[in-house]
Design a protein around this ligand. Structure first.
Ligand code: UDX
Length: 447
């Protein structure tokens, strides 16, 4: 099949490369000339494991190409994907659909023959109706069907998620879309990934409901972690204990500094707004959003407590800046709020991240960026693990002790067992493991 992918950002690029790998002929389109030129040279603008190789292989095979021209590839395509950004609109939290609608107008003017137009971008319920209306208004002769096909890709694992999905959700209003959409995903379908056809609005809501549920699940275990610290229980065992119940499931029950990233914060907020607009508030999600916001500042307080109640004049080393490992994405990263709060309290910050430092430099002032964990820890009064990169899972604690001013580790991702760290003479605080003496002593000392 001939596919045009409009938008060569994270979702567009991964989806385009994977679809080309299935054997389709894919053209990735983007307005950003620099980005397209870089892609043509084989440079991948984002960090995603395996993507450079996947792009190179498919470009070489002649199945994947890049252009800034929308009309050409859309005119030839059987299926056009819209994968442009839908950021939170400044001020009101609604998803900003101007790129999607702009794209719909351009597609309308360029389509030739029967074409399936698919929104892959995360869009609020009813956007498919509006895209269809825009296309019909712009070009009444256009023979199109508009489909919703949300992505469920995790950054850092996106290629695997695309190729081995739990399910593929396809929202259609016109039966003519069924056959071409089945064809697009045939390689996955043959791998038994369930293809779930629904109404278009239902499909749009599935995406938001899914992400909101996961955000709520994380927030639930984070609140349990706080309670564990109070009552002397261990949140990892609680997570294991409840997760083994098949109805609950063990994934997304890692307590930590709160969720971040390009999806959960934006999508939960957009769902809250949509629900309010339809006079059917989703109070669980409203509360989830509020708790997650507060949590990041609470993590900064945890660090302050760990160094004895006052960070003025102290140096804090932050390991991991991105919102999660295996990405260079700093969007809504918990590190941003934690560092800001620590700076407001008077701390000097040193930071290290394997991939995120370039992006971080544009977002954080007055941080000293360092070359590795040990350089970062040098002269620090506490070492804080904010993102669980593999490189931080086997730190050389004796070496850290020689370079740090005070031996204090705050592990916001529960990477270590307390004994792994304390036996080297460190004070250790983590998340939701109240059974650990040191956590309690530190807290009691502060109160
Ligand atoms: C998410 C969804 O998983 C994906 O389906 C959707 O399409 C896009 O949004 P992503 O944002 O890449 O993907 O990351 P994910 O791995 O889901 O993690 C999101 C955030 O939650 C991270 O900050 C992560 O650290 C945090 N998290 C995740 C936890 O704190 N605990 C967990 O148990 C899981």
């Amino acid at each position: 099949m001939k596919i045009a992918m409009i938008g060569s950002g994270y979702v567009g690029l991964v989806s385009g490369a994977c679809l080309a790998d299935f054997g389709h002929e894919v053209t990735c389109v983007d307005k950003a000339v620099d980005k397209i030129e870089a892609l043509k040279r084989g440079e991948i603008p984002i960090f995603e494991p395996g993507l450079d190789q996947l792009v190179a292989t498919n470009v070489k095979a002649g199945r994947l190409s890049f252009t800034t021209d929308l009309a050409g590839p859309v005119g030839e395509a059987d299926v056009v994907f819209i994968a442009v950004g839908t950021p939170s609109r400044r001020g009101d939290g609604h998803a900003d659909l101007s790129y999607v609608y702009g794209c719909a107008r351009e597609i309308a003017a360029a389509v030739k023959g029967f074409t399936v137009v698919v929104t892959k971008s995360t869009v609020p319920v009813g956007t498919g109706d509006e895209v269809e209306r825009i296309i019909r208004d712009t070009n009444p002769a256009a023979d199109v069907v508009v489909v919703s096909n949300p992505e469920f890709l995790r950054e850092g694992a996106a290629i695997g998620d695309f190729k081995r999905p739990d399910r593929i959700v396809i929202g259609i209003e016109d039966e003519r879309a069924r056959e071409p959409m089945t064809e697009v995903y045939r390689p996955l379908y043959l791998n038994q990934a369930p293809l779930l056809f629904t109404a278009r609005r239902t499909s749009e809501l599935i995406k938001y409901a899914g992400n909101a549920f996961l955000a709520m699940k994380i927030t639930f275990i984070n609140e349990m972690a706080d309670l564990c610290e109070r009552v002397g229980a261990d949140v990892q065992d609680v997570a294991r204990g409840i997760g083994l119940d098949g109805r609950i499931g063990s994934k997304f029950l890692h307590a930590g500094p709160g969720y971040g990233g390009s999806c959960f914060p934006k999508d939960t907020l957009a769902l809250v707004k949509t629900a309010q607009d339809h006079d059917s508030p989703v109070r669980l999600i409203e509360t989830t959003v509020a708790i997650n916001d507060q949590r990041k500042r609470a993590m900064a307080r945890k660090v302050v407590t760990a160094v004895g109640g006052d960070v003025r004049g102290k140096t804090i080393a932050i390991l991991g800046l991105t919102f999660k490992p295996n990405t260079d994405d700093m969007r809504e990263a918990p590190s941003l709020s934690i560092i800001q709060a620590l700076q407001d309290a008077g701390a000097t910050i040193r930071g290290y991240d394997p991939e995120g430092m370039e992006a971080a430099k544009g977002l954080l002032d007055n941080v000293t960026y360092t070359k590795d964990a040990y350089d970062c820890a040098t002269g620090a009064d506490a070492l804080v693990i904010v993102t669980e990169w593999d490189a931080f899972r086997a730190l050389d604690f004796p070496r850290l002790k020689t370079v740090m001013t005070a031996p204090v580790v705050v592990d916001l991702r529960n990477v270590y067992k307390a004994a792994d760290v304390t036996r080297h003479g460190f004070a250790y605080a983590s998340v939701g493991r109240g059974g650990l003496d040191r956590d309690i002593k530190i807290r009691d000392a502060a109160e």
